[in-house]
Write a protein that binds this ligand. Structure first.
Ligand code: 13P
Length: 338
């Protein structure tokens, strides 16, 4: 297959109607936080077991089209010796890989951060492809505060996101472009909309400058919501209205799919909001690429005990199925009880 065919083949799988992505690409520091929250020590072996558990949940491929893995997982194997990317692939789930090297303070821009990881990316992608990865993810983050994010951070993060995306496509790897506007803060929904629009406009300008093919990329943004500490939380209908209004203004219709991150919403909120979004007319396929909102219930159910393996898989499958219904606008809160 030539590069263009590879990109098209992957994107068609990752836009399957009624399916979303599982973000299981937590860095070692982040998964350590998640596992400690349920009383599990974050050893390499425990991480291998936990990730084997989620990737082998029977029937996961019915609602999940792709999984984003962390580098460590890419070369781990399940108890039968099958490489974990293949465990996913056997379920019809396309394996992908987080390729950024994390974020850090941006010099001369107090309160803003910049993501790194472009050096050596081409060579790393070749290696990841050999291990089965067909798409990649790069996350930039933006804090909302009185003077954040500043223009320099918006431009610099857009530039690296676009350079990353261009490098991926040149290797036949579909890029997930993830500008995450963080939910922390006491700002209202209007301010989130204003910041998100500025961020996304800058990202698409940069993607254009770098010749990124919009038809074979995925946008992974946050939904437009009030800050977590705001005095009034928004209804799913308000979230849907603000989110779609903002994206219609700045995301070209050539982008095939927008897979939202959950960003600190509870699992139920993330499903309700996605469902409301899918009840309004829009030019893109709108799905999910959730980490916490898919995995939290499974992590709690597992708590590191082998006898809870099945209960944990059931908890993951439940969230995956409900979000799959939300992709079609067919979710009802009463389904939570089933
Ligand atoms: P959350 O859904 O937990 O925000 O994670 C998605 C993700 O991949 C963040 O980079």
């Amino acid at each position: 297959m030539n590069l263009q065919d590879q990109l098209e083949n992957t994107i068609s799988k990752l836009t399957a109607p009624g399916k979303g992505l599982l973000a299981a690409d937590e860095s070692t520091a982040t998964i350590t936080k998640r596992l400690s929250a349920v009383g599990v020590e974050s050893t390499e072996e425990n991480r291998r077991q936990y990730r084997s558990l989620i990737l082998s949940a029977p029937g996961l491929g019915e609602s999940i089209s792709g999984v984003i893995l962390y580098e460590e997982t890419l070369s781990q194997r399940d108890d039968n010796g099958t490489p974990l990317p293949q465990v996913a692939a056997h379920q019809g789930i396309v394996p992908g890989i987080k390729v950024d090297k994390g974020k850090g303070p941006m010099p001369n821009a107090p309160g803003d951060e910049i993501t790194s990881g472009l050096d050596g990316l081409e060579e790393r992608l070749e290696h990841y492809r050999e291990l089965g990865a067909r798409f990649a993810k790069w996350r930039s983050v933006y804090h909302i505060a009185e003077h954040n994010p500043g223009a320099a951070a918006i431009e610099a993060n857009a530039e690296v996101l676009a350079r990353y995306a261009a490098i991926c496509q040149c290797q036949g790897v579909v890029p997930i472009v993830e500008p995450e506007v963080l939910i922390n803060g006491s700002h209202g929904i209007d301010r989130c909309a204003e910041v998100s629009e500025a961020v996304i406009r800058a990202v698409f300008n940069a993607l254009y400058r770098h010749g990124v093919q919009l038809e074979t990329m995925i946008l992974k943004p946050s939904m437009i919501t009030p800050g977590q500490e705001h005095s009034r939380q928004a209804s799913p209908e308000e979230v849907a209205e603000f989110t779609l209004r903002t994206f219609r203004r700045c995301v070209p219709a050539a982008v095939p799919v927008i897979h939202f991150l959950s960003g600190g919403q509870t699992p139920e909120e993330a499903t309700l909001n996605l469902n409301a979004i899918n009840q309004m007319a829009q030019p893109w396929t709108l799905g999910f690429s959730y980490g916490r909102a898919l995995q939290e219930p499974a992590q709690k159910a597992w708590a590191g005990h082998a006898e809870n393996w099945q209960a944990a898989q059931t908890a993951l499958l439940k969230r995956a199925r409900l979000n799959s219904r939300a992709c079609l606008g067919e979710y009802q809160p009463t389904m939570e009880a089933a």
